[in-house]
Design a binder for this molecule. Structure first.
Ligand code: SF4
Length: 339
């Protein structure tokens, strides 16, 4: 498959009154044409910062891409001027956020909001842009699109508004769509509908998707690959099957154990005790050591390198060293009993 995005050794810091917060530390992720990658982690893990760095949407005054490359079709987005990035953002790479209300302008009809990007990037006439807006509303399953194109955001329900936001993001046929917690603000039934819609749209349009989420449960049906982030680093990455059925990092075990499972009603759900590391003073060793029930001395002293478990599966944990004791995942982290 053709590589479309390659993030290499990304390091992002925020400059705060308290000092430098090293929010993203040495992140490597890639995305092939038409594929879907989920980036999963708790809040503060660096997942949203990574996605905003790709879009170059981080605050210029207080943040900095300190090191690394964000290669999109060979161009390093980290080094583009704001003007060059403007041409890519919204046309080649689009982003949708958690709360559709904050992404939409309450004073403009949704038709105008969809047409704005089309007129800016695709040089369409007003009539052509309106026709395309109606087709996009059809694509995201908004009933009566010819009428609703003239309505305002407050006339739509939360789920419908998120569909409109998706229509805006897809307006210019982007090659990559970054969805940052796209269903978190919605109720459970609507969440499922939006995820179904995204999967359907991916098949129809071939847009590659990066799904940013704290919820492993939303990953299974939408993403082919998963990257698990913790403390500003990627701790495990693999195909969705590898991460769900053969997880190797204790943090991934914790995430899986805290996820409700239909086939395991009587299994205990385990929360991960403790809090993420303070990235003003990131630990020198494994970022998960303070919360890990299997931590050894080496874990606090040295950062583990990523171990290759297959051509697609890697995890960074000292338990994968051949000298480490053999540790099995907790029962609650076993999905479907297959391993
Ligand atoms: Fe736990 Fe050590 Fe592995 Fe980190 S490296 S996850 S502390 S066992």
């Amino acid at each position: 498959m053709k590589r479309i995005l390659d993030v290499k050794n990304l390091n992002v810091s925020f400059h705060t009154f308290a000092g430098e917060v090293k929010a993203v530390r040495g992140v490597n992720i890639h995305l092939d044409k038409g594929e879907s990658l989920a980036v999963v982690g708790e809040s503060g893990s660096g997942k949203s910062v990574t996605s905003k760095a790709i879009m170059r949407l981080l605050p210029e005054k207080t943040s900095e891409i300190k090191e690394g490359q964000i290669l999109f079709e060979g161009k390093d987005l980290a080094r583009l001027s704001n003007r060059e990035m403007e041409k890519i953002r919204g046309s080649e790479i689009s982003m949708i956020f958690q709360d559709p209300m904050t992404s939409l302008n309450p004073t403009m009809t949704i038709g105008k909001q969809i047409m704005e990007g089309l007129r800016k990037h695709q040089n369409l006439s007003k009539q052509e842009a309106k026709e395309r807006a109606i087709n996009l509303l059809k694509l995201v399953n908004i009933p009566n699109p010819e009428l609703r194109v003239n309505e305002y955001p407050h006339q739509f329900s939360g789920g419908m508004r998120q569909r409109v936001v998706i229509a805006i993001a897809l307006a210019c046929n982007p090659k990559v769509l970054i969805a940052d917690e796209p269903t978190t603000a919605l109720d459970v039934t609507i969440q499922a509908q939006i995820l179904d819609l995204m999967r359907d749209l991916q098949e129809k349009t071939g847009t590659a998707i990066i799904l940013i989420t704290h919820d492993l449960g939303v990953v299974a049906n939408l993403s082919q690959r998963v990257a698990v982030m913790y403390g500003g680093t990627i701790v495990e990455t693999g195909t969705t099957d590898e991460v769900f059925y053969n997880p190797k990092h204790p943090y991934t075990w914790g995430l899986l154990a805290s996820m409700p499972k239909l086939d395991a009603k009587d299994k205990e759900l385990l929360a991960i005790p403790g809090t993420p590391p303070n990235l003003l003073k990131p630990p020198v060793g494994c970022p998960f050591a303070a919360r890990c029930p299997h931590a050894m001395q080496v874990c606090t002293d040295h950062m583990p390198d990523a171990t290759e478990l297959s051509s697609t599966h890697q995890a960074a944990c000292w338990l994968l060293d051949e000298r480490a004791p053999k540790v099995e995942p907790p029962e609650a982290a076993v999905v479907g009993g297959a391993r």
